[in-house]
Design a protein around this ligand. Structure first.
Ligand code: IPE
Ligand code: IPE
Ligand code: MG
Length: 244
């Protein structure tokens, strides 16, 4: 049973396995991505229904640009279609959408659809949906370093002012740390996803491919998380966020 008092504040999902889901069914990879997108919508209804406040999704990594041009183009078009189509749904749900990642080399049409979605949902108070698109955790740290270095050079801050809090304010988004990271499809790696925010996250790996990862599977991940013993480096048992 899910315990409401032990809900994670911030959940990250590495939505992996769309290609293999399609391959197993003798379908093109593009259909796997489409099925993944369809599944995501259902999953988000479930997630915001249970009052989870922060969700980060890994939609496309900086390294994913190295895939075949055809697949990259398909995914870029899918993002535009989805962001336009789901704008109203997300707005009505009260979800505020933010993005993490670099602008270059995203096609202009994708960037515009992203900005429209951000703008349309900016008043949302039910939860934050952070979509990592053209995102790499190492680049996020590089970009944060550049922002801080510029401030030092311009005399806005001194070296002594660089604290953990300042670093966090200069990441793409200033979100609470990740409590739980779910990765579908059997791979047990982080693939450059939110490496700073993942410092004390609990990991949950499942063999299920993302298009087949349903609400009940998400609940299983939550239950597994709630049974973990998070210590944060201390020797006594620290209760899960939310506390009993
Ligand atoms: C995840 O599914 C979606 C993206 C990375 C964009 P994959 O496309 O990585 O699917 P597999 O891992 O090849 O099965
Ligand atoms: C991670 O999946 C990126 C996303 C889910 C968007 P990949 O399929 O790109 O990761 P690797 O290549 O298996 O590490
Ligand atoms: Mg993959």
């Amino acid at each position: 049973m899910i315990e409401n008092s032990k809900m994670p504040t911030h959940v990250g999902i590495i939505m992996d396995g769309n290609g293999r889901f399609a391959k197993e069914r003798n379908l093109p990879r593009s259909l796997g991505h489409q099925e993944g997108a369809k599944n995501l919508k259902e999953l988000l209804y479930h997630i915001y229904d249970m009052n989870l406040k922060y969700v980060s999704l890994f939609a496309f990594s900086t390294e994913n640009f190295e895939r075949e041009e055809k697949e990259v183009r398909f995914l870029m078009d899918l993002f535009v279609t989805l962001f336009k189509k789901e704008l109203k749904t997300l707005k009505d749900l009260g979800v505020k959408v933010v993005f993490s990642g670099r602008k270059e080399p995203l096609p202009e049409r994708v960037w515009e659809a992203m900005m429209d979605l951000v703008d349309a949902t900016k008043e949302g108070t039910k939860g934050i949906l952070n979509i990592c698109l053209n995102y790499g955790g190492q680049y996020e740290i590089v970009d944060m370093t550049k922002k801080i270095a510029e401030k030092v050079l311009e005399g806005q801050i001194k070296i002594e002012d660089i604290t953990k809090e300042l670093v966090e304010k200069n990441l793409y988004q200033n979100l609470p740390p990740l409590d739980l990271i779910i990765r579908t499809s059997g791979e047990q790696r982080i693939s450059n996803f939110m490496i700073y925010q993942a410092a004390y996250a609990e990991y949950y790996f499942t063999d299920t491919y993302f298009p087949a990862f349903k609400a009940k599977d998400f609940d299983e991940a939550l239950i597994a998380y709630q049974n973990r013993n998070r210590r944060f480096g201390k020797n006594e048992t620290k209760e899960l966020s939310g506390n009993e």
